[in-house]
Design a binder for this molecule. Structure first.
Ligand SMILES: [Zn+2]
Length: 62
């Protein structure tokens, strides 16, 4: 199954290789995260991660 890169900070899929891949790091176009740690998920895993993130957000709110 095809996997895509996901930002570990904001869970955006808008992630690209930093400096064209020369640095071996990734950068998130949404929150500005730059680092070598990145999440790699399939469509199903991404849906689960988003759900978990929302639940966490609900907990923090109440
Ligand atoms: Zn991000």
């Amino acid at each position: 199954m095809r996997k895509f890169l996901v930002c570990p900070v904001c869970f955006s899929k808008n992630v690209e290789l930093d400096a064209g891949g020369v640095s071996g790091k990734f950068c998130c176009k949404d929150c500005g995260y730059v680092g070598s740690f990145i999440l790699e998920m399939s469509e199903g895993e991404y849906a689960e991660a988003l759900k978990a993130k929302e639940m966490k957000y609900e907990e923090e709110k109440s």
